[in-house]
Design a protein around this ligand. Sequence first.
Ligand SMILES: Cc1ncc(COP(=O)(O)O)c(C=O)c1O
Length: 402
Amino acid sequence: MNDRRPGKPIYLDNHATTRVDPRVLEAMLPFFSDLYGNAASAGHAFGWAAADAVAQARSQIAASLGVESRDVIFTSGATESNNLALKGVARGAGSKVRTHLVTVASEHRAVLDPIRQLGREGHAVTVLPCDEYGGIDPSRVAEAIRDDTLLVSIMAANNEVGTLNDVDAIGAICLSRGVVFHTDAAQAVGKIPLPELAQHVDLLSLTAHKFHGPKGVGALYVNRSRQPFRIQPLVDGGGHERRLRSGTLPVPLVVGMGVALDLAVRERPGESARVLELRERLCAGLCERIPAVRVNGHPLRRLPGNLNLSFRDVDGGALLMSLRDVAVSSGSACSSAEPEPSHVLTAMGLDEETARASLRFGISRFTTAEEIDFAVEAVTAAVQGLRQHSIAWKSGVTNDLT
Ligand SMILES: Cc1ncc(COP(=O)(O)O)c(C=O)c1O
């Protein structure tokens, strides 16, 4: 699947989003044209065909996750799933005794922001510091749980540095303390084997566009078998999705999500070994050619397709600008005029300058060895070029990164 043309950049930003697999697109297409029924139209064949397709997608997703179909609630993506889990449980808790929420500083904004909002609404909130790899030791979570703790939210895999958390252990701790456990598994689903979810988590968020499915569809796994909790819906009207998420389902997207997850899980053993090999090729190529590089994230417990590197004495913005042919993401969020350094990298202890001088590479099913070799050359040339103009680099006075 290599269609590199002059002027067409190679794509190594697969944590941001992934290319829709052609097999997924093919499965979706009929639901945009001939099979356009509303899955909630119970009175005619168009509706039945749509409802059947949704049921099949739901069971593909449930089988891929190893859970019950009825516990899969479709949403618009992981941001909505996280909001539904966090605000839904916080607002749905009948008890006024348990109001405390626990999370970690390295979480995605789609967890941190709803939790901050709940803090403004009167919930007590603990945001734990992460470790130097962007993860959290389960013992730290256990220490943070109080008598009034309602919910803990800890991601399965970090979206910037790929570090994996011990979801099994955290889930067991939460269960033993009667605390609801939510995990944002947007980056983990389809990429790494997950623990037996019915035993280990109460709520899990996923999104199709991270595993070669379409954008705009995701799911929340709501485990009804582990411990009791209530969710207050965010959206009322019609009572779709077991009354948790009203609104007409986007049938083509739902179909695409089912096929995409089925493919990701079936092909994962071979794919993750191939992707890991490409990651190691990229890492070795860059670290051999470029001095003073730091690899961010856990050395072992990390997503196979993730590589996050910091380059000493390089201006992060200039680095990204000079990498015209390689689509990667920088260690700064460009959501404002003045780019902020990544909150994940700074929470891991990197100073702001080093965080900005970082690149996140994400390798996928469609990445080739030729593209990796191209990226090695392009990044090496960009870093060397910038260091030629760096006074700090030439004077050799800054701290050692390695
Ligand atoms: C860990 C994590 N959570 C949540 C999201 C948001 O997902 P979505 O784009 O489906 O809303 C992302 C995607 O950037 C992510 O990486």
